[in-house]
Design a protein around this ligand. Structure first.
Ligand code: OXD
Ligand code: MN
Length: 592
């Protein structure tokens, strides 16, 4: 057994922080307060406490050094959009796509729930940075939480501890975050944002996307709100660098809805034929982007770790992720083998003869249930990624040449096209649709409109968000080109038309070459498109090469239906929709 935590003294003399922590402690009534410093020694001590309390299971340290296993409450395995609120002063500011409650009413409701909620527990004061230390784009957050799992995960996902206390100083601004698991009851689960107070309160859950407050809550929901006011953009985008054999580097940022392969794309390994080409990862989920002094859009990844979907990850689909999660990783809701290893559907090799599934029940290959939850996750430090771009720690970020919007669509959306210009690109992003995945509770497979993959993450009115995108063009002398991709189109027999994974390099190369004016395109009703012969297909399998024209084809009947389906979102947003987007819709219809 580990020694009890020594009483910990405040690690800051910031009067606002001291007063707020005191106020929250008087509300939640924890037995102890622990001010985190982020040190190695603290990590070891808190990890041992989590093991003693059965919050974490130590995995086989020979196979997986520094790795631990966590099982969540089975009622708490994904983000819950129906419990997520944007509490702006007026309902109109939050817009029709967000749940809203007046701030005073929500504070009252949550303070009632939090009253005495930490009795018998420790309140951890977790200071963290979103962004590299010293970057003008970096923001400071403080999360008060009663979950050790959250503390240890935040230490992976953010720059947590003394580095944040140092940047905060005695007068810095910060985002307030309060989290209590309560009794992990879906009926008392609220993920709430108060943009005008720069504050977050999350109760009743212990699932990453709901409780690692730096991630979706600060970096996207409050981030998008702050970005609108401060002239920058917080986007649900990976950032990667493409390095050519001549050492030329091009950076792209790409938005895909949750669980559509952002992590895989960010860590892509090019096929053999692309010898000398290299992809490096700046970020796998979130981009903060601001016009730089040179008039280009510069991006940082605010996070320091990956919270990736595990099932389907293997040495073919994502070798870099496999390495990243081979040490110092927290696994959640995968399966546990008798020798302390982890397993999931789609891992390399044969399934274990027996193991415990994500709920802790005995499982064999004959079982009808899945061993790992489809939204089981790994939290791994980005430093573990063999393809990490050194620029991921650059306070100035990287210049973005292309923005890519991608959906998961079995039909309609071709493999790739380029928007005619920025306004058209905003329309392409705004009308994105995708089939729903297990990352959020909902109906799997149903197509829903997910503009810029931000539907669950935009911290204000979506119509105003589109207007902000349009306005950003005016701040950029040299804006990125905008593209649409779809790796998931299917043939009539249900098979995928494009192999995906590392082969996506072929499409990425066309995108990079378009940005650099090196490759032709023809004008289609959707935008600029490659002829199949413009996509480098050396070494592609015969089937994939045969399928390429179909993967790139346009079906006018499907597109007429698509435009009508897009209207569903446009009608909801109608009064707030920038006119430019309605004009783009008309132009598309006339081109079709
Ligand atoms: C995530 C998500 O976890 O988008 O990144 O749900
Ligand atoms: Mn995400």
């Amino acid at each position: 057994m580990s020694a009890p935590a020594p009483a910990s003294a405040p690690r800051t003399d910031h009067p606002g922080v001291i007063a707020w922590v005191d106020e929250m402690a008087r509300l939640c009534l924890p037995d102890r307060i622990h001010w985190c410093d982020g040190s190695e020694e603290e990590k070891e001590r808190l990890t041992q406490q989590a093991v003693d309390a059965k919050i974490l299971i130590r995995l086989n340290q020979e196979k997986l050094p520094g790795c631990y296993y966590h099982r969540s409450n089975p009622n708490d395995v994904a983000r819950v959009e129906e419990c997520t609120y944007i509490c702006t002063r007026t309902r109109d500011e939050a817009g029709p796509t967000n749940n809203w409650m007046a701030p005073a009413d929500m504070y009252r409701k949550l303070y009632d729930l939090c009253h005495g909620a930490m009795k018998g527990r420790t309140m951890y004061v977790v200071p963290y940075l979103m962004g590299p230390p010293g970057s003008p784009m970096t923001k400071i957050g403080l999360e008060l939480t009663d979950s050790l799992y959250v503390v240890l995960s935040m230490r992976i996902m953010t720059r947590m501890g003394q580095v944040a206390w140092d940047q905060l100083g005695s007068g810095g601004t910060y985002t307030k975050g309060l989290h209590s698991m309560l009794d992990v009851n879906p009926g008392r689960r609220f993920i709430t944002h108060f943009p005008q107070d720069n504050a977050i309160i999350s109760v009743g859950s212990n699932y990453g996307g709901n409780v690692l407050l730096g991630k979706k809550c600060l970096a996207l929901r409050l981030g998008s709100y702050l970005g609108r006011d401060e002239g920058w953009m917080a986007e649900h985008m990976l950032i990667l660098g493409v390095e050519s054999p001549h050492g030329e580097k091009t950076y792209v940022a790409a938005a895909f809805p949750s669980s559509c392969g952002k992590t895989n794309f960010a860590m892509l390994i090019p096929p053999k034929q692309f010898s000398g080409w290299k992809i490096t990862t700046v970020g796998d989920d979130i981009a903060w982007m601001k016009p730089g002094p040179d008039g280009r859009l510069r991006a940082i990844n605010p996070e320091a770790g990956y919270f990736g979907v595990v099932p389907g990850t293997n040495s073919k689909s994502n070798p870099n992720a496999m390495q990243a999660m081979s040490r110092d990783t927290i696994y959640t809701n995968v399966a546990l083998t008798p020798d302390g290893d982890v397993w999931w559907e789609g891992k390399d090799g044969e399934p274990p003869k027996e193991c415990l599934d994500w709920k802790g029940n005995p499982w064999t290959p004959a079982s009808n249930e899945k061993a790992a939850h489809p939204n089981s996750r790994f939290a791994a430090p980005m430093a573990n990624n063999p393809a990490l771009a050194p620029e991921a720690n650059d306070p100035d970020g990287v210049p973005i040449s292309a923005l890519i919007f991608g959906g998961r669509r079995a039909t309609t959306l071709p493999l790739v096209f380029q928007a005619f210009n920025w306004i058209h690109g905003v329309y392409v992003g705004a009308t994105m649709g995708s089939e729903m995945t297990a990352a959020a509770a909902g109906t799997l497979g149903q197509v829903r409109r997910d503009p810029m993959a931000m539907l669950p993450f935009c911290g204000y009115n979506m119509g105003d968000y589109f207007a902000h995108w349009l306005k950003m063009r005016k701040l950029l002398k040299n804006p990125p080109k905008i593209f649409s991709v779809n790796w998931f189109r299917k043939a009539k027999d249900g098979s995928f038309l494009w192999p995906g994974y590392g082969e996506n390099m072929r499409v990425l190369k066309w995108i990079v070459d378009r940005c650099r004016g090196r490759v032709p395109a023809y004008e289609s009703p959707l935008g600029w498109m490659p002829d199949p012969s413009d996509i480098d297909s050396t070494g592609l399998s015969d089937t994939d090469r045969t399928n390429l024209p179909e993967a790139l084809s346009l079906n006018f009947e499907e597109w007429k239906r698509e435009v009508l389906l897009q209207d569903e979102l446009f009608f909801r947003l109608y009064s707030d929709l920038p006119k430019e987007l309605l004009f783009q819709r008309e132009l598309l219809i006339s081109r079709l």
